[in-house]
Design a protein around this ligand. Structure first.
Ligand code: G5P
Ligand code: MG
Length: 226
């Protein structure tokens, strides 16, 4: 019974469109748990798990990892979050992944960040990341208080191996070819909500207003923060 009242959402958009940035704000404002497929894969690479070692070259080259591998990984994480409302960031990224998810969970809303490719390219080469938490910075947009260090922990920030200009171009192509059909999939189910723009700070109030309408305030508290 309780499970049916939980809000379950997906955020999609091209690489660098601001999925991680907006997800952090949604998690803070609405208490949804944020699960990023990219963050999970990168922490496996860092910990040198079998999965991480196997997937590293795929990710570094800007290619998607196999559908069955990522679907199994995400669905197993979701099984540990049955009592929570959640927001998936970076999954599903192909129609096969969307079907695997749909087989287990009904998705209430899909937030589509529609940001032009031209806007995105410059952002990624100036991105810095705190690997353990997934917190993202940008030397222009939201620089850390002390250059090179995470605001909350003081730990060092790193750049992603797949943020080179060549790999970003490959990731954008893969998005067009493999992920744009996912938008059609969710549009046909009536759950796709598109937010267009070139600046996260201008897109965010619209996302916030949309979710505030969708998630009743009583439920927002019940979800609990991450
Ligand atoms: P990821 O990790 O899912 P991508 O490529 O989908 O990676 P990415 O790069 O993480 O997406 P994002 O989360 O959409 O981008 O964007 P972000 O990090 O919030 O913002 C980008 C930068 O712009 C940051 O520095 C931020 O501070 C800045 N910024 C934000 N807003 C603004 C603004 O308004 N102005 C400015 N100037 N800057 C701004 O996936 C990585 C890889 O993992 C594998 C694939 O190999 C993939 O390539 N993978 C999967 N493979 C198969 N299936 C899946 N489901 C997979 N999931 C991951
Ligand atoms: Mg991200």
């Amino acid at each position: 019974m309780r499970l049916q009242t939980l809000f379950r959402a997906v955020i999609v958009g091209p690489p660098g469109s601001g999925k991680g940035t907006v997800s952090g704000r949604i998690a803070n404002s609405f208490g949804l748990k944020h699960l990023s497929s990219g963050d999970i894969l990168r922490s496996n690479i860092k910990a040198k798990t079998d999965l991480g070692l196997l997937m590293k070259s795929c990710i570094d080259q800007g290619q998607l990892v196999p559908d069955d591998v990522i679907s199994r990984l995400i669905l197993s994480q979701l099984r540990c979050m049955e009592e929570s409302g959640w927001l998936l960031d970076g999954f599903p990224r192909t129609v096969a992944q969307a079907e695997a998810l749909e087989g287990v969970y009904a998705i209430d809303s899909v937030i589509n960040l529609d940001v032009p490719f031209e806007t995105i390219k410059g952002r990624l080469t100036s991105r810095w990341l705190h690997l353990p938490s997934g917190r993202v910075y940008n030397t222009d947009f939201n620089p850390p208080k002390i250059p090179g260090l995470d605001d909350a922990t003081g730990e060092p920030l790193v750049q992603r191996a797949d943020d080179t200009p060549e790999t970003v171009t490959r990731r954008l192509k893969s998005y067009e070819r493999q992920t744009q059909p996912v938008l059609e999939y969710y549009r046909s189910k009536g759950v796709l909500e598109t937010f267009s723009g070139t600046e996260t700070n201008k897109i965010w109030p619209h996302v916030h207003a949309f979710l505030a309408r969708k998630i009743p305030s009583g439920n927002q508290q019940a979800f609990g923060k991450v």
